[in-house]
Design a protein around this ligand. Structure first.
Ligand code: UD1
Length: 415
């Protein structure tokens, strides 16, 4: 059986540079489809989701060279708007190509991504917005086809500040005639980074990071090179791992203003956390304080992707913590795996009541999604004995080398 193996009990100590951000690079790769020429990205994480996106882009005609974290994409010839069905199944975020493909070739064909292990994840907001921009959408039960001979800028108000829907609208708006205004837009750092990239490409975008974004379409685009920012979720995961072991680490290569709510949460847990603009240091004596109420919400709130690593950390807390998950209900499934290690977690609807334990013990557990898999590694480095995490492929979707990274900090972890 393929497992990630962790021998717990070794405090993580030292310094580590954090990989580029998965959730930033994927929409930026989609945006590159809009430019009839070459786009270059650096600090690109060498993770499964990036390879999956490369596979899709090559299938539609983009020529790609990817080596040593540098990605060169030549989208001079994009021949098809059809996203291969097996890729939609492998990577749900392929849906973010809809807007770019509509803009570039006037047609986008995909299959319905359906639910996934972290929740239902509908795409109604994406489709409704693209319709408002002039796309005609037909569904035959298997495939979704969006066609638009011409996209037009319009005023869109999202019912919920969906990250993916905001990205799709932004990309469609680049090729639309006139001005698009998105109200109740997502404010996540990944939206800010996508807008910075679009600006560099020559697109007038205003309001990134606020609830109202304004984009002017049909501008002359230009060749762009862009450095992908550090991954705030990977950084947060490694901080949680260090805290669970009573370690002391310094992480570099990140932009800490994007991590404010997470850094505050570590402080609430009793960790000694200090940061500059591009680095963060954490020291923990392993006396993790329980947190009365930790609620996930859209940015600048506490990110749902960090909820799983925090659940693992709070399993070591001194007292009872309540976690409320408001974005992806399925993420609380992690509790059952942590319980196998001796954690005491009761889940009711969208809340988890975590009664901290002084010790967890290693055993065989199952990664059921990307962040839950990484969270099990957090629990495991602090646990007694050996933990084997089955289905570690999920972790490789977003963490380039969790084994090498944690080993470089003194952890005992190997594939
Ligand atoms: C992105 C991130 C994911 C992160 C999430 C929230 C990527 C590749 N993934 O996912 O890691 O956890 O943002 O920060 O960047 N919803 C609808 N209808 C829609 C779209 C969304 O009801 O059409 C709901 C979802 O079910 C969910 C909520 O809106 O409850 C948030 O989803 P969204 O912000 O769209 O997340 P993603 O873009 O899928």
């Amino acid at each position: 059986m393929d497992t990630l193996n962790v021998q717990g009990g070794y405090p993580l100590k030292g310094e580590l540079k954090i990989q580029g951000s998965k959730n930033t690079v994927l929409p930026v790769m989609a945006a590159a489809v809009l430019y009839k020429g070459v786009t270059m990205l650096t600090n690109v994480p060498m993770i499964r989701d990036v390879y999956c996106m490369i596979h899709i882009l090559e299938a539609i005609g983009v020529k790609i060279v990817f080596s040593d974290h540098c990605l060169t994409m030549d989208a001079s010839l994009v021949e098809s708007g059809e996203i291969p069905m097996e890729d939609v199944k492998r990577m749900r975020s392929s849906i973010m190509l809809l807007g770019a493909l509509l803009g570039r070739v006037g047609e986008a064909v995909t299959s319905y991504p359906g639910g996934c292990s972290i929740g239902l994840r509908p795409i109604d907001l994406h489709l409704k917005a693209l319709e408002q921009m002039g796309a005609e959408i037909t569904e035959d039960g298997i495939k979704i086809r969006a066609v638009a001979s011409r996209l037009r800028g319009t005023h869109i108000r999202l019912d919920f500040p969906s990250v993916g829907a905001t990205e799709n609208i932004l990309l469609a708006a680049v090729a639309a005639e006139g001005v698009t205004v998105i109200d109740n837009a997502a404010r996540e750092p990944e939206i800010i980074e996508l807008c910075l990239f679009l600006q560099k490409m020559g697109v007038p975008v205003r309001g990134a990071g606020t609830g109202r974004i304004r984009i002017e379409g049909k501008r002359q685009l230009r060749q762009t090179s862009y450095r992908i920012t550090g991954d705030r979720i990977v950084a947060g995961t490694y901080l949680a791992a260090a805290a669970a072991t009573g370690g002391e680490v310094r992480l570099t290569g990140i932009y800490t203003p994007y991590m404010a709510s997470v850094l505050q949460a570590f402080r609430k847990c009793g960790c000694d956390v200090t940061w500059g603009k591009e680095d963060v240091s954490l020291r923990s004596d392993r006396q993790i304080q329980a947190v009365p109420w930790l609620k996930t919400s859209p940015y600048p709130g506490f990110p749902t992707d960090m909820q799983s690593p925090f659940m693992a950390l709070l399993a070591y807390g001194d007292g009872v913590s309540i976690i409320e998950e408001t974005i992806f209900e399925g993420r609380l499934k992690l509790a059952a795996q942590l319980e196998k290690m001796g954690a005491d977690i009761q889940v009711k609807e969208t809340r988890a009541r975590v009664t901290g334990q002084s010790r967890l013990r290693g055993t065989l557990v199952q990664a059921e999604d990307l962040r839950a898999g990484a969270a099990l590694a957090v629990a495991a480095v602090g646990a007694e004995g050996m933990t084997r995490i089955a289905d570690p492929g999920y972790i490789k979707r977003g963490y380039e080398s969790i084994d090498q990274d944690l080993r470089s900090l003194g952890g005992k972890i190997w594939w």
